[in-house]
Design a protein. Structure first.
Length: 421
């Protein structure tokens, strides 16, 4: 064993004291041999710690790669009718707004007009709009970002003369034909009068027998909250009231129904009516009925009859209803257009569905037009005819806040009275 003098002279300060190798000895010895063992054990400890850190790092990297792998492999979502898009262009702020994709898969963008977006993803659409802005020399260089901020969601209900009444989740691009496949209409269901009621309460009657798979006519895109009702066929037991009445159209025939009763069921004579004389058409014959004559007015109608109320030639009108500020009549003048009629009634209200404006003629012919491009100046205006009925679905008209103000003043007065007391 090394002497005390040797230990004091040769033991470095960083060499720990090791136990004596002799059994039962409590003394510790110092020296170069003990230092080498200590350094070796410290080296192995640091190496083990570094390996543990490396393994943890590798595990974290593998986890991140695993999370990113499915996202990298999944195809980007394509845009569908009903989706809400947010378009931001740094160089041209006028097009930076939110858009709702229409039933035909298009949106209307300032300077660019109507463009088809269905089937593209957000990145593709952004590149397309940027290129179009540059090609049309709207801006020298365009930076466009497109984000899908609202996807189609919700449910669609169906019932009536069907085998499977109920509801189904709304899917992107779902149309009336898809809902009818789920509902499975009965053999005696009347597909010429399929009722589509929107979540806002707007009713649209569709003749599905005119469905064309190529153009998707009579096959509208479904929206969240829509309700489809299928009615049974009425075997010839209907009559038609046309012309100057409040609600022209086809109605159910009832026993003992008179000409006057039919006109009353259609809402009565409108300001469009020319006097009280109407025409009762039955097959190939026609006779004039004076509603002011009780005997003639009580003439019974039969299934299939048509009651025609002539329209005044002196003062003729176009009716504008639904999503306008002041629904009502617009005096007809030759050349009256759809936009002029809508502006005459105060213009469209917020949330009005301008892409589904319905125009019904006095002969009950209906067509649906998109008012958006007309208002934006990208499409030609539509000329109306006397007796046309224009209906804009949806919308919220402004309400007077006078009553609320009066209630607020009254509440404040009561509070001041009690606090003052």
């Amino acid at each position: 064993m090394a002497s005390v003098e040797f230990q004091r002279k040769y033991r470095p300060r960083d060499i720990p004291l090791l136990p004596n190798s002799k059994k039962g000895s409590k003394k510790r010895e110092w020296g170069p041999k003990a230092g080498r063992a200590s350094r070796r054990s410290g080296h192995f400890a640091r190496l083990f710690l570094d390996m543990r850190r490396l393994l943890v790092l590798l595990a974290v990297l593998c986890g991140l790669v695993g999370l990113a792998w499915p996202q990298a492999g999944a195809a980007p979502r394509t845009i569908q009718p009903g989706d809400k898009l947010r378009i931001v262009c740094e160089e041209e702020p006028s097009i930076s707004k939110d858009y709702t994709v229409k039933e035909d898969g298009t949106i209307t963008v300032t300077f660019l007009g109507t463009i088809r977006v269905q089937g593209q993803n957000a990145e593709q659409l952004g590149a397309f709009i940027a290129k179009k802005l540059e090609d049309d020399r709207i801006v020298r260089r365009a930076t466009v970002r497109v984000t899908i901020i609202g996807e189609v969601s919700g449910r669609v209900s169906f019932g009536g003369a069907v085998l499977s009444a109920g509801d189904a989740p709304l899917t992107a691009g779902m149309r009336l034909a898809d809902v009818l496949k789920l509902a499975n209409p009965l053999p005696d269901a009347d597909l010429t009068r399929v009722q589509l009621r929107s979540a806002e309460g707007t009713l649209n009657v569709i003749d599905f027998t005119k469905f064309d798979p190529q153009t998707n006519s009579a096959n509208p895109v479904m929206r969240a909250g829509d309700t489809i009702t299928i009615v049974l066929k009425v075997q010839g037991e209907t009559i038609t009231v046309l012309g100057g009445v409040v609600r022209p159209g086809v109605m159910e025939w009832k026993r003992e129904m008179t000409v006057a009763g039919a006109v009353q069921q259609a809402g009565g004579l409108s300001p469009l009516a020319r006097g009280s004389r109407v025409r009762l058409r039955r097959g190939t014959t026609e006779r004039t009925i004076d509603l002011g004559n009780p005997t003639q007015a009580s003439t019974l109608v039969q299934p299939g009859d048509q009651v025609l109320v002539d329209i005044s030639e002196g003062r003729r009108y176009v009716r504008v209803g639904g999503g306008v500020q002041v629904p009502g009549l617009v005096e007809f003048t030759p050349g009256l257009t759809l936009m002029e009629a809508v502006q005459n009634r105060g213009g469209v209200v917020p949330k009005a569905q301008v892409n589904k404006v319905e125009i019904q003629t006095v002969d009950l012919e209906r067509r649906t037009v998109d008012l958006g491009p007309i208002l934006a100046g990208y499409a030609a205006d539509i000329t109306l005819q006397a007796g046309d009925v224009v209906t804009i679905p949806g919308g919220e008209r402004r309400r007077s806040g006078g009553s609320l103000q009066q209630i607020g003043i009254a509440v404040i007065g009561i509070l001041l009275f009690f606090l003052g007391g």
